[in-house]
Design a protein around this ligand. Structure first.
Ligand SMILES: Nc1ncnc2c1ncn2[C@@H]1O[C@H](COP(=O)(O)OP(=O)(O)OP(=O)(O)O)[C@@H](O)[C@H]1O
Ligand SMILES: [Mg+2]
Length: 287
């Protein structure tokens, strides 16, 4: 059974008195009671097979003493698209950057496949956990050079055929192979950046407003690719977006982050049932 199909109803339980207990997504129907329940082992948390990334008690305080992330606890299920929404300055990018150590989280706060990411070699972590930003930055050289960059660092040369396959995955045709970055639209460059990230065979993709600078057609292309990557390659995707409609189109689950706090985790079509004023405001403004 597909995970998304089993999520017939997800409820947020944030009332647990236990320290470090995550917001748990609870399935009220189906045979599996707690999809995202966790267990402890001697090294800390060990995830169930269905959890790709666990975040436990993640805090960040600014130099001035302001709270940027406030005891964030969340489980990101394997092979789903999780959307992150929230007002500007609420900590979405900071949260995302913690997941591949672009911002170094404290030890024992972020776990991938049950292991503390702070204990993993940072470059191999970033290969496994790729990231795309609002605006793509391509390196000098051709599209093919860009796509070959990551594997080359590991001493692996991608064949032309490998590059064509990656172009196809990112919804670009073979004519892009020899183009330079300067010849591309922002939407095309974003798809090249995606192909370059995919060349590292990531298990997780972090996307920070990846389509906010794109036209609706380029946006749809990227969304289609995301859904395909999840479906065909079982990649876990975490996407920050200001577009509720985008989240509703592609995400399986959505987190609402307000002032550094995760205040809601729900299925996108349950947003209208949220009692949180910010969730309702997002919904109103998106229609
Ligand atoms: N390096 C930093 N030093 C100090 N404060 C920072 C730093 N990075 C982010 N902040 C602050 O942390 C808070 C969260 O920033 P963040 O960029 O994560 O928000 P965001 O939700 O991604 O916002 P937006 O939707 O505008 O991109 C903001 O108040 C920001 O000013
Ligand atoms: Mg941001």
């Amino acid at each position: 059974m597909e995970i998304s199909q089993s999520w017939s109803k997800i409820s947020l339980d944030d009332r647990s008195p236990q320290l470090n207990t995550p917001h748990s997504l609870e399935i009220s129907q189906g045979e599996r009671g707690h999809l995202l329940a966790v267990e402890m082992n001697e090294n800390g948390f060990k995830g169930e097979a269905d959890t790709k990334i666990q975040v436990r008690g993640l805090n960040k305080v600014s130099d001035k003493g302001d709270s940027i992330l406030n005891n964030v606890n969340v489980d990101i299920p394997r092979g789903v698209i999780m959307g992150i929404i929230g007002p500007s300055g609420s900590g979405k990018s900071t949260f995302l950057r913690a997941l591949n150590r672009l911002w170094e989280p404290p030890k024992n706060t972020v776990f991938m496949d049950g292991d503390d990411i702070c204990g993993v070699d940072v470059l191999s972590l970033r290969r496994k956990v790729g990231m795309l930003f609002q605006l793509p930055v391509l390196f000098e050289g051709t599209v093919a050079d860009n796509i070959r960059y990551g594997p080359k660092l590991k001493g692996k040369k991608l064949s032309d055929n490998d590059v064509y396959k990656l172009l196809t995955l990112a919804d670009l045709d073979s004519s892009f192979f020899n183009k330079s970055g300067g010849e591309l639209s922002v939407g095309q460059a974003q798809r090249v950046a995606l192909a370059r990230t995919l060349a590292n065979e990531p298990e997780v993709l972090l996307l920070d407003e990846p389509t906010s600078a794109l036209d609706p057609i380029s946006t749809q292309n990227i969304e289609d690719v995301m859904v395909k990557l999840k479906k065909d390659q079982k990649i876990t995707i975490v996407i920050v977006s200001h577009s509720i409609k985008q989240i509703q189109r592609i995400a399986d689950v959505v987190c609402l982050l307000v002032d550094g706090d995760i205040v809601e985790i729900m299925k996108p079509d349950q947003l209208s049932e949220s009692k949180h004023p910010m969730a309702l405001r997002f919904l109103q403004l998106s229609s």
